[in-house]
Write a protein that binds this ligand. Structure first.
Ligand code: PXL
Length: 270
């Protein structure tokens, strides 16, 4: 079996995080070793999310367990800057392995509001080591220093600014926030912009879409695709995952990574 690594948080509701990553890799016929960085739980009465980080000593032990024959590494929620630093030095010893960095800026230092210390840490320690990063519009604003990103032109400018941190490719996800009926993503590779388009889905089954997108890119790269091909395939993979998502309320649900491969699966007949 071909092997990858995901460094991510656990999502108790299984929509995003480690659980989404593992399901995505399974669809890509890959096995994933994993390092759990934090545990995300949700209080039922209030929907309040809490993030409990894993102790650094335990992060170190997990990192030491990982094999060296990895085809690619995906990084999601890190939990704390301390963990981020351990991950940064882990990457330094594996310079030739492609890294997909989903810049989840929610860490214990921030609650949910990211501060400058976290942004600087990502720009200085993680982005220069990444093959590609996958910010949403909010993360792209914070990493590029732009006040607001509202259209394709803004996304192109932001992608260049983020590229200047040293990351080799940037793909900014337009997502639902961008106006209109088209879901745009912008990929920048240091030479040109590639604009990806897909019709928007409005069913609301998109919990975990970001994690799934980054993992699918990682899976494509591990399977030998170019970065551009991996991103294009990942976009289709996520579209099908939302389309065949798993509802838990009429307009809210998790993506279902089996969408692309099992459209006629009986389990999807909700
Ligand atoms: O931002 C997506 C994400 C990443 N990692 C974990 C999550 C989520 C969103 O729910 O729970 C662990």
């Amino acid at each position: 079996m071909k092997k990858v690594l995901t460094i991510a948080g656990s999502d108790s509701l299984s929509g995003g995080g480690l659980q989404a990553d593992l399901r995505t890799f399974s669809e890509y016929r890959l096995v994933a070793e994993n390092v759990v960085t934090c545990i995300v739980s949700v209080k039922p009465e209030t929907d309040k999310v809490s993030i409990q980080e894993v102790f650094p000593l335990n992060i170190e032990k997990q990192l030491m367990s990982i094999d060296n024959d990895l085809l690619a590494i995906k990084i999601g929620m890190l939990g704390s800057i301390e963990t981020g630093k351990l991950v940064a030095s882990f990457l330094k010893e594996r310079e030739n392995i492609p890294v997909v960095l989903d810049p989840v800026l929610a860490l214990k230092e921030s609650g949910f509001e990211s501060n400058q210390k976290i942004i600087d840490f990502f720009k200085q320690e993680l982005l220069p080591q990444a093959t590609i990063t996958t910010p949403n519009l909010k993360e792209a604003e914070l990493l590029s220093g732009m006040n607001s990103i509202n259209n394709l032109e803004d996304m192109k400018v932001a992608a260049v600014k983020i590229y200047q941190t040293g990351v080799k490719n940037v793909v900014i996800k337009g997502g639902q926030r961008l106006e209109g009926n088209i879901a745009y993503d912008v990929l920048y590779n240091g030479r040109e912009h590639v604009v990806l388009e897909q019709e928007k889905l409005f069913n609301g089954f998109n919990n975990g879409a970001g994690c799934t997108f980054a993992s699918a890119i990682c899976g494509g790269i591990a399977n030998g695709m170019s970065v551009e091909m991996a991103v294009k395939k990942a976009k289709i993979f996520v579209y099908e995952s939302i389309k065949y998502g798993i509802p838990f309320l009429p307009e809210l649900g998790n993506v279902y990574q089996g969408g692309i491969n099992r459209r006629n699966d009986v389990h999807n007949e909700y």
